[in-house]
Design a binder for this molecule. Structure first.
Ligand SMILES: Cc1ncc(COP(=O)(O)O)c(C=O)c1O
Length: 292
């Protein structure tokens, strides 16, 4: 799963080996920046507009000037795939920081935004999709502006590490017993035919796949209720699942020592997964735009 050779650096393209930053770089020293991860299926971006919109929202929230308009960035990212002849399943990772400058908390006057984006392969994880995953619960120790996709991910890293050490896939975060989201995904509980998930406030990242889950729920007539649920309620949940760009819609079958329902992915989760499969099937049936 290596990185493709050509990367976007600022607004031009270069070989990945040419990217060097001084160690006084604000992303490195302060986490003073933002990022996005966009899924690629068969060499085509998924939920592209949603990700670009969120990137610009995050930039505005931290007063970061981006060196392109949304339209220009879209062009550049299409070009990035083309230059790499990318036709597989993968992701792009893009980050933008407040630039390189002598270390000082205050915004540097002389620095300009550093941007890079790279492409890598990432096959779909069909085993997890089929069987579901186990999770643990962890206190949500993050700041209050989680709607910003900021580079400051230390609490998320620690929570995910705790999950991994317990042999689990994800950590479900809670604020005094109220479930917010996971370390790197949104989380949903299904109870009596309704989907519950934390409202899209500043306490969570409003996932691009979450928007899709909401649309699918509307389509299949399952109420999508933006209300928090408690860690205690999980024990009597009918189904539980998470969503993210890289995990897609993923059933959760166990939380800490609690097995969810019969320990198998539930029927509503399956319906949502099926809709997701149908959506990405469209990428299989059409040729990558630049190879037409
Ligand atoms: C904290 C957090 N919540 C939710 C998500 C899901 O967002 P998306 O569906 O846009 O991938 C992510 C994805 O990285 C995340 O890091």
């Amino acid at each position: 799963m290596s990185i493709y050779p050509i990367i976007l650096s600022q607004t031009t393209f270069t070989h990945k080996d040419n990217l060097t930053y001084p160690f006084e770089e604000r992303g490195l020293q302060f986490g003073d920046g933002i990022y996005e991860v966009v899924r690629i299926y068969n060499g085509q971006y998924d939920l592209f507009e949603e990700h670009l919109n969120r990137l610009f929202r995050s930039a505005e929230a931290i007063q970061l000037e981006l060196p392109f308009t949304k339209e220009q960035l879209a062009q550049l990212l299409m070009e990035l795939l083309k230059k790499n002849d990318m036709t597989a399943d993968g992701i792009i990772y893009l980050q933008a920081t407040r630039g390189s400058a002598p270390r000082n908390h205050v915004f540097p006057k002389e620095a300009s935004t550093n941007v890079y984006a790279y492409v890598r392969d990432l096959p779909r994880n069909e085993t997890n999709q089929a069987n579901g995953v186990c999770t643990i619960t962890q206190p949500d120790e993050r700041w209050r502006n989680c709607y910003i996709k900021s580079l400051n991910l230390l609490p998320n890293v620690l929570a995910k590490q705790a999950a991994t050490e317990k042999g689990c896939y994800e950590a479900i975060l809670h604020l005094d017993g109220e479930v917010t989201e996971c370390a790197s995904s949104n989380v949903y509980m299904i109870k009596s035919g309704k989907i519950y998930t934390y409202p899209a406030t500043n306490r969570i990242l409003k996932g691009c796949v979450r928007i899709r889950v909401h649309n699918y729920a509307d389509e299949i007539g399952v109420p999508f209720i933006e209300e928090s649920f408690s860690t205690e309620a999980i024990a009597s949940a009918d189904e539980l699942f998470l969503s993210s760009t890289t995990s897609e819609i993923l059933p959760i079958t166990k939380v800490d020592d609690t097995v969810i329902a019969n320990g198998r992915p539930g029927p509503i989760t399956r319906q949502l997964q099926k809709r997701f499969e149908q959506q990405i099937e469209q990428y299989r049936s059409c040729t990558t735009e630049y190879t037409k």
